[in-house]
Design a protein. Structure first.
Length: 140
């Protein structure tokens, strides 16, 4: 099936614990850059990068989520979501997840995978392997 018939599948690498937070209810991803228009509606693979943001483990938004697993996956795809849209931050919109002075990427229909799938991520929006794309389309 040509890629034009289905929205594209792309990966988005997110540092922990924010990647896990997406699987637990975080529906806004904060980025310093706009989403290219062609990716609105795309299926996103939420990938946990290898890095951690240590301060985030004490963030009140993270602490308000259900109990975090004792070990967070790294270097793995954790969920599939739809990139519904984005907008620049506007006076505290998208609470509690939207941060100031960034673009708020709106995530919908987040579906955590039963088990993390080991995979190497990348910066920006990256194109996953055909097998990973098929897996994402099957979950959607």
């Amino acid at each position: 099936m040509p890629e034009t018939e289905n929205p594209p599948v792309r990966g988005l690498t997110v540092k922990q614990p924010w990647a896990w937070a997406i699987t637990a209810g975080k529906n806004v991803e904060n980025r310093s850059w706009k989403v290219p228009q062609k990716y609105i509606g795309a299926t996103l693979l939420v990938h946990a990068g290898l890095g951690l943001i240590r301060d985030a483990f004490e963030d009140e938004r993270i602490l308000a989520l259900p109990a975090m697993p004792p070990v967070l996956a790294a270097g793995a795809v954790l969920a599939v979501a739809r990139l519904a849209g984005y907008h620049p931050e506007e006076r505290g919109c998208c609470a509690p997840w939207g941060d100031p002075d960034v673009f708020h990427w709106q995530l919908e229909d987040v579906r955590p995978l039963p088990e993390p799938v080991k995979y190497t991520g990348a910066l920006s929006l990256w194109k996953p392997s055909p097998a990973l794309q098929q897996m994402a389309q099957a979950i959607r």
